[in-house]
Design a protein around this ligand. Sequence first.
Ligand code: PBG
Length: 337
Amino acid sequence: MSEHWAKHDMGFLAGRRHRRLRQSHWMRELVRETTLTPADFIWPLFVIEGHNERQPVASMPGVERLSTDLIVEAARAAAAEGIPALAIFPNTPGHLRSDGAEEAFNPDNLMCRTLSAVKAAVPQIGLITDVALDEYSSNGQDGLVRDGVILNDETVEVMVRSALVQARAGADVIAPSDMMDGRVAAIRRALDAEGFDDTTILSYAAKYASSFYGPFRDAVGSGERLVGDKRTYQLDYANSDEALREVAQDLDEGADMVMVKPGLPYLDVVRRVRDNFNVPVFAYQVSGEYAMLSLAAQAGAMDRQAAMLESLFAFKRAGAAGVLTYFALEAARTLNR
Ligand code: PBG
């Protein structure tokens, strides 16, 4: 080969120098494909009874259960950083739990009192409520149980009543997290019948039976009560076609937005849902994922802030419209700095 051609080949290869676009901070900023802002976050909070009460969650360093008055303070802080919405989870005391989970539809339960308090004090922040029975039942299951079997339609009836008391107390978005069949349609019908046309439904459409929920169950007090597992209603982690069927059905039933959960280990599912349905898809970076990252950082295995931002960007890259994350306030503060 002549020297001329050799040079020409070099020139051609040089045309594919991908590092040109990474050479400086400004260049990397210019060509960045995704963005991450505080508006991408939904902040999950655990509420407990009492006043000026905070309890650390042992397995989630940096996360505390808060009494209603402190949830209001947290809501103020979140709104100030530009976080659009909170997801609230009650830690129902043992004496109020029952096999029938009746506390779920008590209009004066901890969840409802917290919703009205936050609505009154911080009206500009969105309030998302979890609808499932494990936060109110004596056995930690998301559904009513008879002879060891999780009852579907009977559970849906209780969920509908629970969603209604939440809507009346000021919930903007109802998020059924139980994986019973038909619950989205039933909740939509009941909301519409009461004139809650604008109350939105974010369904936990693709929720997997996962060991990553361990710290959450500790935080809401359902873990030590849980009898058995949730595999007859939550998805098998070996599947993703099934997740698409669940999403399709929830959208048919009237869900406005859908969620995939857990998050990081299921980004393939987020991407498939995003590519197959033209609706906002949220992902939940669940308690076990938060625990993994924050405990690893605590042990010096990686940098907390860097790992936090990298993990949150990954959700956006996978196509998520937003992320439920226990890092929300910390990440928002970091991004706003
Ligand atoms: C209740 C519910 C769970 C989570 C959210 N809603 C636990 C479960 O299904 O057992 C998990 C959230 C987390 O781990 O951060 N149905």
